[in-house]
Design a protein around this ligand. Sequence first.
Ligand SMILES: [Zn+2]
Length: 287
Amino acid sequence: MIAAALGGLASFAASSIALAEENPDKTTSKLFLFRYDTEGASPDKMKGFLKKAVEVHRRNEIPATFFCKGATLELMKNEFGDFYKQVKGDRLFDIQNHSYSHIGLGYERGKPVEVLKADYERSFAVHERLFGVRPVGISICGTSGADGPHLSGFDATEKSRAELDMVASLGVRMIDSFLTGIDGSRRFVNYGSLGHADIMGFPSGYSDTAWMWQHQFGDPVEYVLGELRKRAEKNEHMPLMMHDWVAWMHAPDQELTHVSKFADAARKLGYKLVTHIDCLRDKQLWA
Ligand SMILES: [Zn+2]
């Protein structure tokens, strides 16, 4: 009897642990995070993208975060200025930062911390001039070559810890989840273990450079819908990393039809669509 009760308790405990592992965040709703890293280098080719993004996201009520590269903001200041005028105060649109020159954080070699800092300071200054506010969020830029391999997390080396300290000193309060042993495509984290409990890590993954530009997984739309269904079954969050230049120049059309399809499917599967700043405000989620 006691053994049976203990057995029952043990299996209850085991199932509670399993449940906690499957749904590690302190929330019951699964979130879909649409994001664009805007880093297009050709104003002529990118003409019309921002206008279309406002139209489609507003018509279909799809929240999205735009992580803007400083050099692109300068190159297309009229377009981004118009964009800001249209979306200012609209909670569907969250505008954050993506470094000035697409410089890499969290690499084994990487640039000296002072060089990284100057790059982010320059980008934040451009951002503030154009949008009137400093960004509080950045998405990590992927680089290759001289920076060496990407590390397992900001906790991996003294230099990468110093990089997190540096972005914290600039006022950054959200950045990709990047800690050793954490699945950064699924989890929100806070960086308390590195002395920054007020910084949220957000899930990041599914770059359209792989599925839409390089066609690594067959039909790009079917691939993302399939991954979305898999995540929904496990009650897991879904991040989607898009790029302005991929969505505009490599999608099947310039109506962002794929984005609308993903949003419709996500809603049917019970996802709540959110911006990154919505997540930062929801401290239950990560703090
Ligand atoms: Zn990028």
